[in-house]
Design a protein around this ligand. Structure first.
Ligand code: GDP
Ligand code: IMO
Ligand code: MG
Length: 437
């Protein structure tokens, strides 16, 4: 069996923790979209590791971590991450035996980061609040057919020609639109060649490795980044990232067809957070400011990539139902319910009010989504409880069990994993998605 992990909300649901846990059963762990806009946190034996680019299976010796074609790849960040993992003795062999990068992945270059920054600074209104890692501009170049791929870093003549093409329009934009200095090709070209040389041992035909893995029935774990509502096609456009974060992205982003056995596990917090701008129907920053502050404080809701405070709100079942549908989610991992321990009451949004009507689907137009009023089912909170006395979900306080049951019944999807702390061991597995039924 193979498993796709997707964020079912706006990112930071706890994907890194679940991927680390599930990696014990996988042989290959694959990042298939996004780039180092991701910040995936793993806590193993009390030690915290934040990964931006390298798959979250890396702390398990003997696994193969793949960065597939759908990722936008920043080589400088990659080497920083490799060195930091090496310094913490994470590699049991040479790093390039554990991590491979697709020849076809597109490269994030300094001008992508620069444009991301200049655009965000320039936007008076409609700022996306990006991570400023150059993700959007790199995907733009890919779709505009002027991107630099990893394989190009190994072909000096081709690289020079492609860089010249890529830079031509950028310099017009930089000089005349942003009033910024133009890019010089020569130093960039030298830098790219040097990066290519250093990257050589890591570069592979990742698609072919995965096809062989499927053929040999080796279990593959696909690690989604960001979240469903940040998907460029299905999210709260234009307040989204620039890739397909939904489970379909695992196919196009790694070069596999849809016929193989797979389960899709949606990761959700017991509440909701969002970083950056854009609609967020159940946000409580202004309506229940004290509760928002408490959740942010107890849940340490600050971005793993940029350190920005995350916006906080109640669990939105309308949005989650949408995520179940667009991803084909077969099981849910419910994270961070511990943050709500001891709350007097908790709320679940089960519909929206829009212009005097009740709606049960996520409106497609961002203006409508900005206007909706959430309608809540209010449930009693659960007391703080002694986790050492709990063997599984059946031993939880009855109010928490009710909360979980309400979510499952609304979504018609079972909770297959429940997490009650950042550590690997702070988890109850209800059923193992890698097992054949
Ligand atoms: P990701 O981007 O989806 O991998 O999530 P992040 O790593 O950005 O954010 C999730 C944060 O919550 C991290 O700091 C995790 O260590 C932490 N975390 C994950 N699961 C739990 C949990 O069940 N309880 C608590 N208290 N923290 C958790
Ligand atoms: P993980 O994988 C939360 C958000 C940014 C911004 C929007 C576009 O850790 O869940 P981008 O830099 O991608 O062009 O920014 O997407 N965003 C994330 N929010 N978690 C992430 O990743 C995110 N990656 C991007 O805040 O709103
Ligand atoms: Mg994150």
């Amino acid at each position: 069996m193979n498993v796709v992990i997707v964020g079912a909300q706006w990112g930071d649901e706890g994907k890194g923790k679940v991927v680390d846990l599930y990696s014990a059963q996988a042989e290959y762990i694959v990042r298939y979209q996004g780039g180092n806009n991701a910040g995936h946190t793993l806590v193993v034996n009390g030690r915290k590791t934040v990964l931006h680019l390298i798959p979250s299976g890396i702390l398990h010796p003997g696994k193969i971590c793949l960065i597939a074609n759908g990722v936008v790849f920043d080589p400088a960040v990659f080497f920083e991450e490799v060195e930091s993992l090496r310094a913490s003795n994470a590699f049991s062999a040479e790093p390039h035996e554990a991590v491979r990068v697709s020849e076809r992945a597109h490269v994030i270059l300094p001008y992508h980061r620069l444009l991301d920054k200049l655009r965000e600074e320039r936007a008076a209104k409609g700022k996306i609040g990006t991570t400023v890692r150059g993700i959007g501009p790199a995907y733009e170049d890919k779709v505009a057919r002027r991107g630099i791929q990893v394989v190009d870093l190994l072909r000096p003549e081709l690289l020079r020609a492609k860089l010249a093409k890529a830079i031509e329009e950028k310099n017009v934009l930089l000089k005349h639109h942003f009033g910024a200095p133009e890019i010089e090709i020569a130093p960039l070209y030298e830098e790219c060649l040097a990066l290519g040389e250093r990257l050589k041992p890591y570069i592979a035909d990742v698609r072919s490795l995965l096809a062989q893995a499927l053929e040999q029935e080796r279990p593959i774990l696909f690690e989604g980044a960001q979240g469903t509502l940040l998907d460029v096609d299905h999210g709260t456009y234009p307040y989204v990232t620039s890739s397909n974060t939904v489970s379909g992205g695992a196919l196009t982003g790694s070069g596999l067809g849809p016929g193989f056995p797979v389960r899709v596990i949606g990761i959700t917090k017991a509440y909701t957070t969002r970083v950056g701008t854009g609609p967020f129907p159940t946000e409580i920053e202004h309506t229940e400011a004290e509760t928002a502050r408490e959740i942010r404080r107890i849940g340490s809701e600050f971005g793993a990539t940029t350190g920005r405070p995350r916006r906080v709100g109640w669990l939105d079942l309308v949005a989650l139902k949408y995520a179940v549908e667009v991803n084909g989610i077969t099981g849910l991992a419910l994270m961070k319910a511990d943050i709500l321990d001891g709350f007097d009451h908790v709320k679940l949004c089960t519909s929206y009010r829009l212009g005097g009507n009740t709606v049960y689907d996520l409106p497609s137009c961002v203006e409508d989504l900005e206007r909706v009023e959430p309608a809540y089912e209010v449930l009693p909170g659960w007391p703080k409880y002694d986790r050492s006395k709990v063997q599984g979900i059946e031993d939880l306080p009855s109010e928490l069990k009710d909360y979980i049951r309400t979510i499952e019944e609304f979504l018609k999807v079972p909770v297959v994993l429940m997490s009650t702390g950042p550590g690997r061991e702070e988890t109850w597995i209800v059923s193992d998605p890698f097992q054949k039924i």
